[in-house]
Each structure stands twice: as structure tokens, then as C-alpha cells.
Design a protein around this ligand. Structure first.
Ligand code: AMP
Length: 419
């Protein structure tokens, strides 16, 4: 018989570590709720053309990494490789632009890229994301950076850094692009990289290979070619970050893998993660709304990788609590007691006390072992004879101390002990 395994590049999130996972998502999204961001959910698959047009034909994500398929109706659909295109599509489709702007939205869920799997890089991964769409204000760029920063800090992380850059806008990027192309055409590059120079020259700056990097020392940089308006935007973002006490490193070659970015771009790196060190990233996108058929409005957003944030916590030795451990374990000793056990466990759960009990007809020894293993602080022991007398036993599983309590009082009694 075939033993099935999770597909290559995917993995199962299992208890008890899954509790860390959920805590990471909750903590990363909590700051957004305090800043007026509303939750949005969009489909896991979208029209393939949305990503082609939105993310950009020349990006690795679109050219090489999409999970694209035809459905039975002959539509070309793609499992979403990132969140922004779908959110902007929804913004346009539901005419958010005629409401209050910016539209502030957050989301979380699975994303899919056919990448070469390695530590911290998966084909199915989870992101938490946030977007503020419809207003071109540097204060929003800074607000979003601060919300990501606060999310990481609320997890206890300290080993991360913020890289900041600007990619200019339509007033200066085309001229810079040409200047960069001219420079790059004079270098000794392989054919693939040469064709990238023609299609997406900014991406060449991001090439990690030493033989390419060595030739890029004198490459023209966007920051030195900014128009007045783009420079003013960048200056304002930096002034806001100073006001907010957020430190950053200038990263004049930070380009990022998606085509829609303009003006501010940023990335959060964690130094404990090895090669795949980006735990989040984002930036402003001036042309995306128009590119997907909407009004010409700017937006800004980020996505944080949940998988890598969990790895970063592990690298810093931070353990998050909030697991599914029960506080009380109910141990029935006889046949009648078994029925009462489920009733009592349900009463306790309804009163907010997390409770478990043995299943599958275990004997007393097995049930007590399960109680110990469960990590519960207290066992409630139900003997048929005690029940006939209207009492139960509470056993403190740490000290071993046992007390008799009237059956009717047990919920109140345990709530009192545990509060
Ligand atoms: P991006 O959409 O490429 O800007 O990615 C935003 C964040 O998502 C990155 O900083 C990573 O933390 C995470 N991420 C992107 N791709 C992957 C992947 N293949 N596996 C795990 N995490 C990823």
C-alpha cells in the first residue's frame, strides 16, 4: 500500500506546535485591529490574468512559480501566489473607492508558489497581510511599518531589522530604468541575466551571485535619481519613522520580487534564519489598482510570513503559550460514572473550564495515566459509589492531595480553585 506523504514543499502543522502558529497569527494581527484595519477574505484561487497583470509577467512569481490550472469550465485559474492582487481586485469590484479612503484591510491565509523548497521556503506557506488602499500619504507607509514592527515586538522578537528603500515613481523611474539598463548592458553577464536586463533590469540589482554582485558596485541607484516628489515622499516616510522610534537600514538595492511596487519598499529580516531571512516585506504600489481595471489610486501594504516568523521565534528560543492543554481531567471508575463523566465534562466546558476525559473504555490505571499525560492540574474522580452518595473527588495532580466535594458543587468549586 502506498503511504501518502504531504506533497513536496508542504508540511503539517501539528499540536502542540500548532498553538505557536495560532498565537503568531493572533499577535501579528492584533495591532491591525487597533488601527482601523478590517478583515477581508478573498478566494484562494483567482483568474490567472489577475496575477499576470497585477504581479507582472516578468517576475519569477508569475513566470515560474504559479500553480495554474484550467477548471472544468475551461477557465484558467491560479492558486494565489500573494495577497495584494486579490485584495485590490476586491477593492475595485466592490467599489470601495467610492467609500471612505483609505480602505484599510487585513487578511491571513495560505499562498502557493512553485519554488525550490529549502529551510524557510515552502510551496504552501501562510501569510498575514495588510493593505491601505486609495490614499497616497507617506504617513500610511510609516503606519503600516509600525504595525508590523509592533506585531513582531509583541511576540518578543528582537533579532529583526528593517530594510528600507524607494523605487521612485512614474516621474523618475523610467529614466532611471534606462540609465540602469545602459550600465548593465556593459557588464559581463550570462544570457538569462542579459534578457532580464531588457525585461526587468531592477531585478538584476537583487541578484545574489557574487560574480554579478562584484560588477554592480558602480551601478546607478534609484535613490540618486529620484524626482522631487518621489524624494519628498521618501523623506516624509523617514521622518515619520523617526517620530515613531523605528530604526531602519537604507537598502538602495532592495527591489523585491513583485513588479507593482513604487516609492517606498521595505523588508523585515531576521538574522537567525539563514538564507531565507525575510520575515516580511511590502511597499507602496501606485499602478496596481489601474492595472486590474480600477481607478488610478495608490495603495501600500505588507505581508508577513507566518512560517518564517515561527522559525524566528524558535531561533530566539521564545516559547509562546496558549496551547490546547486541559485544566481538568475527568476519570470515571465505573460504568455509570462513564455517562456522568461526559455530562460533567460538558458542564465544566460550558462554564469555561477546559476539560478532557478518557475514551475507548480505559481502565482506572490507563485513565489515571492519561490524566497525568494530559498536563491537567486537577483530576475529578467519579466512583459509582461516590456518585450514589452524591459526591466526587478532586485530586490535585501536582501535590496528590484529594478532597471530597458534593456533585452539585463541583463546577463552582473548580472554577474557584482555577480562578
Ligand atoms: P512576498 O510576497 O514575496 O513579499 O513575501 C512576503 C513574506 O512572505 C516573505 O517575507 C516571507 O516571510 C514569506 N514568504 C514568501 N514566500 C515564501 C515561501 N515560499 N515560503 C515561506 N515563506 C514565504
Amino acid at each position: 500500500m502506498t503511504v501518502f506523504r504531504a506533497p513536496k514543499g508542504t508540511y503539517d502543522v501539528l499540536p502542540p506546535e500548532s498553538a505557536t502558529w495560532r498565537a503568531v497569527q493572533a499577535k501579528l494581527t492584533a495591532p491591525l485591529g487597533t488601527a482601523g484595519y478590517g478583515y477581508i477574505e478573498t478566494p484562494v484561487f483567482e483568474d490567472t490574468a489577475l496575477f499576470r497583470r497585477g504581479v507582472g509577467e516578468s517576475t519569477d512569481v508569475v513566470a515560474k512559480e504559479m500553480y495554474t490550472f484550467d477548471d472544468k469550465g475551461g477557465r484558467s485559474l491560479t492558486l494565489r501566489p500573494e495577497g495584494t492582487a486579490g485584495v485590490v481586485r476586491a477593492f475595485v469590484e466592490h467599489s470601495f473607492h467610492s467609500g471612505q479612503l483609505p480602505a484599510k484591510l487585513w487578511y491571513a491565509g495560505p499562498y502557493f508558489r512553485y519554488e525550490r523548497p529549502q529551510s524557510g521556503r515552502f510551496r504552501h506557506f501562510t501569510q498575514v497581510g495588510a493593505e491601505a488602499i486609495g490614499v497616497d500619504d507617506p504617513a500610511l507607509d510609516a503606519e503600516l511599518i509600525a504595525l508590523a514592527w509592533d506585531g513582531f515586538r509583541s511576540l518578543g522578537l528582537t533579532g529583526f531589522r528593517l530594510l528600507l528603500n524607494t523605487l521612485g515613481d512614474e516621474t523618475c523611474r523610467p529614466a532611471y530604468r534606462e540609465a540602469l539598463q545602459q550600465f548593465l548592458r556593459g557588464l559581463d553577464l550570462d544570457d538569462d541575466t542579459r534578457s532580464r536586463v531588457e525585461i526587468n533590469p531592477l531585478r538584476v540589482l537583487d541578484d545574489k551571485r557574487p560574480q554579478v554582485q562584484a560588477q554592480l558596485a558602480d551601478a546607478p541607484l534609484m535613490v540618486d535619481h529620484l524626482s522631487e516628489s518621489a524624494a519628498a515622499h521618501y523623506d516624509a516616510v523617514r521622518a515619520h519613522l523617526i517620530d515613531l522610534g523605528i530604526g531602519w537600514e537604507e537598502a538602495p538595492r532592495l527591489v523585491r520580487g513583485l513588479d507593482y511596487y513604487t516609492k517606498t519598499t521595505f523588508e523585515f529580516l531576521h538574522d537567525g534564519l539563514g538564507a531565507q531571512s525575510a520575515i516580511g516585506g511590502g511597499g507602496r504600489y501606485d499602478g496596481l489598482s489601474a492595472a486590474v481595471g480600477g481607478p488610478d489610486l495608490s495603495g501600500v501594504g505588507w505581508a508577513i510570513g507566518v512560517d518564517r516568523t515561527v522559525l524566528a521565534l524558535r531561533a530566539e528560543g521564545i516559547a509562546l503559550t496558549g496551547d490546547a492543554r486541559c485544566e481538568v481531567y475527568v476519570v470515571p471508575l465505573g460504568q455509570d460514572a462513564r455517562r456522568t463523566a461526559l455530562v460533567l465534562a460538558t458542564e465544566l466546558r460550558r462554564a469555561g473550564v477546559s476539560t478532557d476525559l478518557p475514551f475507548g473504555g480505559r481502565g482506572l490505571k490507563g485513565a489515571m495515566k492519561a490524566a497525568d499525560r494530559s498536563g491537567a492540574s486537577y483530576a475529578v474522580i467519579l466512583g459509582d459509589r461516590d456518585l450514589a452518595a452524591g459526591t466526587v473527588e478532586i485530586k490535585d495532580l501536582r501535590s496528590g492531595k484529594q478532597t471530597t466535594v458534593p456533585r452539585q458543587e463541583i463546577v463552582k468549586e473548580l472554577k474557584g480553585i482555577l480562578s
